[in-house]
Design a protein around this ligand. Sequence first.
Ligand code: 5GP
Length: 237
Amino acid sequence: MEKRNELYAGKAKSVYATDDADRLILHFRDDTSAFDGKKVEQLARKGMVNNKFNAFIMGKLKEAGIPTHFEALLSDNECVVKKLDMIPVECVVRNLAAGGLVRRLGVDEGMELNPPTFELFLKNDAKGDPMINESLAETFGWATPEQLTTMKTLTFKVNEVLKQLFLDGGMLLVDYKLEFGLFHGDVVLGDEFSPDGCRLWDKDTREKMDKDRFRQGLGGVIEAYEEVGKRLGMRFD
Ligand code: 5GP
């Protein structure tokens, strides 16, 4: 497969065209951003760690029957994915209260959410990824009701698979964000799954092992990501 021109540079990944119209190459950079791109830093090894982490998780999701865009690892920092028409809606599931939910509703951080919650956000940095709902998504043409139903079903299926996977490694999957796109009309999981887009706490100490370490200036960001990977049986060397 031939790597061609850069199509798009996001906050942490760059996307390249290939000689196959249905395939893209994702390049995971060391850039780390938070607060809709207002805080940005380079963290050594992050691109490699997230690329391998994402490949591992996407493999687990595929085994569980969840359609994903992931095809293959290409190098330390690159992978090949299906080219999707992205749906500009972020799906968030929460098992424990943290982050935006705590800020919005004033509930206690760490409160167990039973059943887990499901929220939609518009992918729009300039507007700070505002919260939306099914009605707004349909009216503004961001996603059809059928697509939203599939996205919700798949997002909860991911929860069942990953909650257990992380628990087996002594971690709590607090919450996470997924993005979907269309591949020849079918809804498929896109983007990435890494500690950049989820919250993971040590099961016993509740120590944060995800991007909140960067957001809150706690340090040890990549060390925590690697520890998460190691607990799941990954190797990063
Ligand atoms: P919150 O709404 O609490 O800020 O985020 C909920 C979950 O979704 C967290 O795990 C957070 O990392 C993830 N998330 C929400 N929006 C984004 C985003 O724009 N980028 C990334 N990487 N993760 C996000």
